[in-house]
Design a protein around this ligand. Structure first.
Ligand SMILES: Nc1ncnc2c1ncn2[C@@H]1O[C@H](COP(=O)(O)OP(=O)(O)OP(=O)(O)O)[C@@H](O)[C@H]1O
Ligand SMILES: [Mg+2]
Length: 801
């Protein structure tokens, strides 16, 4: 049967009786996995929102089988061998059918002819004539329509969009989304076909503004023959492929919901937790509270008088009547002029490639959708198939369930388990077996936010591996990177990705660095302060030292060769010219410290030569091994501690410096492993904050790794704004769990429960927050699998370190 539709454009579908339908697709809604408190708030907001959308509209929640081509398109590809391997491994993941839920909202718009009556109706008649041509023909079947009709529908589409936006994120359906919905009826339970709609439907617009579609839209959406049996439909596609579908009416939904705790009654959303594709159609009529009360009263009075008749006739009234009276009375009470009444007719539908498989699915659906009563009236399957479209006979009135807005909202009718980005690389799988894609560039490029990534988790929870996986992927997309490796060997195999690695081992007798060539304005000054001026407590002395360091630095800047030796010479020159006693004293102390540095193995690391070669343009990734540094827990006391802090700081600054020498257009990543060390001293805190705040403009994806969730406590409320993605992995204590829940945007009210969950996470598993703030439990899976072996961090006996 061809669909009775003739045209579609701009999220509007027009049927053959000049009726329009505004079609929207839901972008985002409640987060299904959040604390009960947050969920209750969201449910009550949705319930309140219902009064914005009085009238009739439909919700079609569809499990759409991802076609192989769509799956392929989700991978961002480059020529790099690692990218090629990744995509090859990822394509294998599409074996079996993958489903994605799309929630459509369809609002029927009547053809109102909203034209002012003026000039004793003359203009109206003319307008009517213009808008609907061939009126006789139209009564049977519309063939063409005036552009004004489309404009009227579009105006209404905008009006309804505003209304829904009060409580939901949604967008007018694109042409492809319209097509997917219109053709889904022939592919339910299977893979959606590739698109075949032309970008613009061929139509001819005559000079008087009449649009003549060249083909009826129904021809493009028609994909098979439906054969109805008692309890199922057989679909025979033009290719002779056969499949089966079946439909159930929903007879009852939970109605006794505690308003203060409405979570857990997600009677619609339950379909999303199944790993088979199940669709839901809901025909909704929202009645304003006053009218609703009146109607309910009428209904109750009618039922009561019926009951009386039974009773007076000496018969037992049917049980349903009593239930009805009770339920309406209850609803009447609840309504009390607040929220509107929502009348819902619900149909559950699913399909499979064989009738045996369909039988299996029946059992699964019956046992999984525990919150609803499902019934299957015989020989009504075609009508129920039709209920996924707004035309046709609709669902029988007998299945309409009046419910208060809270019950409707508690069903989470618009929620999906959508997570991650629609394109990117394959990050892994959610608990519900949904594939997760990630594009770390998207926050900066599309979402107008900082692209930073936070990874937090206990010992061996998979932070480093996850960061390395993201970094390797970005590298294969052409990014340059900087990695700070405090363990000293965790990133030793990064070169296997093909990256040209510049390995700097910053330790005694290792590589040296030059504080004056770090490439970032101001870093050398901070660094000199940490080394030379941080321990003195006397304000006066500090000021004098500060002035002297500043003068020496200015002198260095005027030289061609700039390094620690030049700095020492500048101090010596100042000493020679100085006569004031206190200044002489401080200069002598500073010069003495220069000597200490030179005789200290770690101190010598600061004496890197000024070879001008610190910016390694020829490398893809610079890894700095900082394992030789000892970071104090409080204020650094010994020289070694002070030097360690200074070097840590220098390394992070060095990374920033490298990047500022690369064009903005080059994508960069920066891993700060064990990033807590930088937050132990004020300059480090500033540097990290700076990095995070500027990451977008510098085109850097910073990855911050922390062991303790509590380390983020002093970052305050800024976490949301600072990080796009957040990976919260295994936690080993109740205190950490509470802090971890905060990081994931969840309250800590169920800390006891979550403690067990967090403690049970395997390496690479965690609660993950995506750039849009949605939370899912997921397992990171590195593709290709050889990455796991490359990135293994378990120390080996023969490593030689
Ligand atoms: N996604 C993953 N899938 C399977 N195994 C993983 C995954 N991520 C990590 N692992 C395993 O766990 C080990 C430890 O991971 P990793 O070094 O990334 O943890 P970490 O949190 O950085 O630990 P630490 O706190 O010691 O730095 C890895 O060597 C690897 O064997
Ligand atoms: Mg690690």
């Amino acid at each position: 049967m061809a669909q009775p539709v003739i045209y579609a454009e701009n999220g509007i579908v027009i049927d053959n009786r000049a009726r329009g339908y505004a079609v929207y697709v839901v972008d985002a809604d409640l987060r299904p996995l959040t604390s009960a408190g947050a969920q209750n708030q969201a449910i009550s907001a949705l319930a309140k929102g219902m009064k914005e959308v009085l009238g009739e509209w439909h919700v079609y929640s569809l499990a759409i089988g991802v076609p192989p081509n769509t799956w392929k398109e989700r991978f961002l590809k480059t020529e790099h061998p690692l990218s090629v391997d990744h995509v090859a491994a990822g394509l294998k993941k599409s074996a079996g059918v993958l489903f994605e839920r799309r929630v459509y909202i369809v609002v029927p718009i009547s053809n109102k002819l909203t034209i002012q009556l003026k000039d004793n109706g003359k203009e109206f008649l003319q307008a009517a004539k213009r808008t609907l041509t061939h009126s006789v023909k139209r009564a049977l079947r519309l063939e063409n329509f005036h552009v004004q009709l489309l404009e009227q529908f579009e105006e209404e589409r905008r009006v309804w969009h505003r209304k829904f936006r009060a409580f939901l994120k949604l967008h007018p359906a694109s042409q492809v989304e319209l097509e997917t919905w219109l053709r889904h009826g022939f592919y339910r339970g299977g893979v959606a076909p590739d698109s075949r709609f032309p970008k613009n439907l061929p139509a001819f617009v005559s000079s008087d503004g009449v649009i003549h579609p060249q083909h009826h839209l129904g021809i493009w959406t028609h994909d098979g023959v439906l054969k109805e049996s008692f309890y199922n439909l057989k679909v025979i596609q033009p290719t002779k492929n056969e499949s089966y579908q079946t439909f159930y009416n929903v007879l009852r939904v939970p109605n006794e919901i505690d308003e203060s705790d409405a979570s857990g009654y997600d009677w619609v959303h339950q379909v999303e937790y199944m790993d088979i594709p199940v669709d839901v159609a809901m025909h909704i009529r929202v009645e304003d509270p006053i009218a609703a009360r009146k109607n309910l009263r009428k209904k109750r009075l009618r039922a009561e008088s019926q009951w009386k008749e039974y009773a007076e006739g000496g018969e037992t009234p049917p049980l349903e009547l009593e239930v009805d009276i009770e339920h309406t009375a209850e609803l009447e009470q609840k309504l009390r002029m607040r929220d509107p009444l929502v009348h819902v007719k619900t149909v559950i539908g699913f399909g499979a490639e064989s009738s045996d498989r369909l039988a299996e699915y029946r059992n699964l659906v019956q046992s999984n959708l525990a919150l609803t009563d499902l019934v299957q009236p015989p020989a009504d399957q075609l009508r129920l198939w039709q209920s996924f479209y707004p035309w046709g006979r609709g669902i029988s009135q007998g299945y309409e369930i009046p419910m208060d807005a809270g019950v409707f909202a508690a069903g989470l009718p618009f929620s999906t388990l959508d997570f991650g980005d629609s394109r990117g690389f394959y990050l892994g799988k959610t608990l519900n077996e949904r594939s997760v894609f990630m594009d770390p560039r998207r926050p900066a490029q599309e979402l107008n936010m900082q692209p930073s990534i936070l990874l937090c988790g206990g010992l061996g929870s998979g932070k480093t591996n996850t960061a390395e996986y993201i970094a390797a992927t970005l590298y294969s997309w052409g990014a340059k990177g900087f990695i700070q490796d405090p363990k000293g060997h965790d990133y030793d195999n990064f070169y296997k990705t093909g990256a040209r690695v510049n390995m700097i081992r910053l330790r005694e007798e290792g590589a040296a660095l030059n504080p004056f060539r770090l490439g970032v304005e101001g870093v050398e000054r901070d660094l000199l302060d940490i080394v030379f001026n941080n321990v003195t407590h006397d304000d006066n002395t500090r000021d004098i030292r500060s002035a002297l360091i500043g003068q020496a630095l200015t002198a260095v800047k005027a030289q061609e060769v700039q390094d620690m030796h030049t700095f020492g010479n500048a101090l010596a020159a100042l000493r020679q010219a100085e006569t004031r006693e206190v200044y002489v004293l401080q200069l002598d102390l500073l010069l003495g410290m220069m000597g200490d540095l030179l005789s200290n193995p770690l101190g010598r690391v600061l004496f890197g030569k000024d070879s001008q070669g610190q910016t390694p343009q020829d490398y893809d990734v610079t890894i700095v091994d900082t394992s030789g540094l000892t970071i104090p827990n409080g204020t650094p006391k010994t020289l070694n501690e002070r030097l360690s802090v200074a070097l840590y700081y220098a390394v992070a600054g060095m990374g920033m410096g490298y990047f500022s020498n690369l064009p903005q257009s080059v994508l960069k990543f920066m891993i700060l492993d064990e990033a807590w060390t930088l937050r132990k001293f004020s300059q480090g805190v500033d540097l990290v904050d700076n990095l995070l705040r500027k990451s977008r403009s510098l085109n850097i994806v910073p990855l911050m790794l922390m062991q303790n969730a509590t380390d983020f406590a002093n970052w305050g409320e800024s976490i949301d704004g600072l990080f796009a993605w957040r990976f919260v992995m295994r936690q080993n204590s109740q205190v950490e769990t509470a802090a971890a829940l905060k990081l994931a945007g969840l309250d800590h009210e169920d800390a006891q429960y979550w403690y067990k969950v967090f403690a049970s996470f395997r390496p690479g598993e965690g609660l993950v927050v995506d750039a849009l703030g949605r939370v899912q439990q997921m397992q990171v899976e590195m593709l290709p699998h050889k990455l796991l072996a490359w990135f293994d961090t378990t120390p080996k006996a023969d490593d030689g370190w």
